[in-house]
Design a protein around this ligand. Structure first.
Ligand code: NDP
Ligand SMILES: O=C(O)C1=N[C@H](C(=O)O)C[C@H](O)C1
Length: 265
């Protein structure tokens, strides 16, 4: 059966890719596109996609009530993502969330909402399979190497820092690493030079035009270092993960946090 999908943030960098994914993939149909500008315009025409007209809507709740979709895919902003999830779930709609900025406390809240709504939510800070492997390998390495720092590098239009992927990676490392106390009293001569801290892990955020989404996890041990790096060189890298999440909605319950939960290891 064809899955009918709304893309929220459809004019954004990721939203556009998802619209194209739905168009080229059998079994999926875009039924509405929601964003803040170009309201009433045909999203397919704007993106140069040859497909039936789908007008851009300004309001997610209205788009849901007009189209009654099987799922909403959300790539908007950390500021509005919780409101969007609440709107989707209030209407009993399953959601696939790529937008970052969702905290552990937010997940507790979303779990409550899904129970009330009897709907499901899949949240993935990163939909690129290679990035999932980078996080998994980092967690494996952290059992054996006691020190780690993360450098995440992104395009200069990214609003949030550090990236959702870096936070999730630090959480995974913190779960298993035997953190050692720092042996020196550091003096930070320029504030922020040592990056931000998530648990025991320092995270450094680089923003430059020319970049897409990249991350290095650096480990240190006695007399050795290990570097694990992933590069998304374009946004199509995230699409197999988005497709997997949409396909998995029928099989999951409640809230799933992390694409790795849908993969076999
Ligand atoms: N999980 C993953 O694999 C990935 C996650 N991301 C995350 O996805 C999010 C979006 O990234 P990206 O596409 O690069 O960002 P963009 O800024 O390119 O796109 C966001 C879009 O959402 C629109 N928007 C903002 N508020 C609303 C709203 N209330 N309702 C509907 N649309 C809205 C924006 O409009 P306007 O510009 O006018 O504000 C914009 O068109 C970020 O959090 C990013 O970190 C990104 C890549 C991969
Ligand atoms: O904003 C982006 O571009 C990305 N955001 C996600 C994040 O914050 O981790 C995923 C990926 O890194 C691209």
């Amino acid at each position: 059966m064809t899955k009918e999908v709304i893309v929220n943030g459809a004019l954004g960098k990721m939203g556009q890719e998802v619209v194209k994914l739905l168009n080229r993939t059998d079994g999926f149909k875009l039924v509405s596109a929601v964003d803040k500008v170009d309201i009433g315009e045909d999203i397919h025409k704007l993106l140069g996609v040859s497909a039936p007209v789908v007008e851009i809507e300004s309001d997610l709740a209205e788009a849901i009530s007009k189209t009654e979709p099987d799922a909403v895919v959300d790539f908007t902003t950390p500021q509005v993502v919780m409101e969007n999830i609440e709107t989707g779930l209030e209407n009993g709609i399953n959601m696939v969330i790529g937008t970052t900025g969702i905290t552990e406390a937010d997940i507790d809240k979303i779990e409550d909402w899904t129970e009330e709504a009897e709907a499901k939510v899949i949240i993935a800070p990163n939909f690129a399979v290679g990035a999932i492997l980078m996080m998994k390998f980092s967690q494996m390495a952290a059992k054996y190497l006691d020190q780690a720092e993360i450098i995440e590098l992104h395009h200069d239009q990214k609003l949030d820092a550090p990236s959702g992927t870096a936070i999730k990676t630090a959480e995974l490392i913190n779960e298993v690493q035997n953190a050692t106390e720092k042996e020196v009293d550091e003096i930070e001569k320029i504030i922020g030079a040592r990056g931000g801290e998530e648990g025991n892990i320092n995270i450094h955020s680089v923003r430059l035009s020319g970049l897409v989404a990249h991350q290095e996890v650096l480990f240190g041990g006695v007399g050795q270092t290990l570097k694990i790096r992933h590069d998304s060189i374009n946004r199509r890298s995230f699409m197999p993960g988005v497709k997997l999440a949409l396909e998995s909605l029928d099989e999951v319950d409640g809230v799933v946090y992390g694409l790795e939960k849908l993969m076999e290891f």
